[in-house]
Write a protein that binds this ligand. Structure first.
Ligand SMILES: [Zn+2]
Length: 258
């Protein structure tokens, strides 16, 4: 039942054929994954994976805040067409990032807001990246003409207070193995407080490699393999109430199959 709610299998950073990696994911009991685009230039690579692995790779199309300045004229129409071409597709990875200097928030915000509106108009789920920009995220919610009913805060590293405000807006939260590093203990505290039915798990592969103990599938040089999700899930399972891991695992499929 385990489902990887966020990765970038299209990235070309694995040094391995994706088909082999998907076979290893299946052997590890992972039933599917959402592959997130980051800019218009990789939408077709994501679409190709969805065609090659139907029912296993769920495509997400969008422009990541780091690439907001590369959005080319007419991108909104082309994103809308991508979404309509595949009923299983969602909007991602989109959001706001106050950690990077460039592109500035004045460039990121309109691109993010437009994508939220497109997700709402097409009735799709949206995957949000938010780093050091919580107030900008709430501002985007206020400014957008429409906001998707279901949205996922991926690799959520916010405080319990932020989580509380986001829960009221209908957010779901996904956690990656990176948060199993001892220095990230605060994130685990927030994880334990969240309602079980709003939690999902992800790898963010090739990024967000977990501590060594949880790396069963090694690709070298800090490159994360999505099949590591099995060990990551077991570790998060130990952080929650007895028997709750199964509930969290089932959330993955039910969240993405609607
Ligand atoms: Zn990502």
């Amino acid at each position: 039942m385990l489902f990887d709610s966020h990765n970038h299998l299209q990235s070309g950073k694995f040094g391995r054929p994706v088909g082999e990696m998907i076979a290893e994911m299946q052997a590890a009991g992972i039933t599917g994954c959402v592959v997130n685009a980051t800019r218009e230039d990789d939408w077709e690579a994501v679409a190709a994976l969805a065609r090659e692995f139907p029912g296993y790779v769920f495509p997400a199309y969008g422009i990541h805040p780091w690439h907001a300045d590369a959005a080319r004229e007419g991108w909104e129409i082309r994103l809308w067409e991508r979404l309509l071409s595949d009923p299983m597709s969602s909007v991602g990875e989109v959001g706001v990032d106050g950690w990077v200097d460039s592109p500035g928030m004045e460039v990121q915000m309109p691109v993010f807001i437009k994508q939220a509106e497109l997700a709402a108009e097409t009735g799709r789920v949206m995957t949000v990246h938010c780093l050091k920009a919580w107030e900008e995220l709430f501002e985007a919610m206020d400014r957008a003409a429409a906001w998707p009913e279901k949205f996922l805060m991926h690799s959520f590293g916010g405080s319990a207070e932020i989580a509380e405000r986001l829960l009221k807006k209908g957010a779901w939260f996904s956690f990656s193995g990176h948060f199993l590093h001892p220095r990230k203990a605060k994130v685990l505290e927030v994880f334990r407080k969240l309602p079980i039915d709003r939690i999902l798990l992800e790898t963010d592969a090739p990024e967000m490699i977990p501590p060594e103990d949880f790396v069963k599938f090694s690709l070298g040089a800090g490159v994360n393999h999505p099949a590591n999700l099995r060990r990551i899930a077991e570790a998060f399972g130990r952080e929650t109430r007895e028997g709750m891991l199964g509930r969290i695992e089932r959330n993955g499929m039910s969240f993405w199959s609607i």
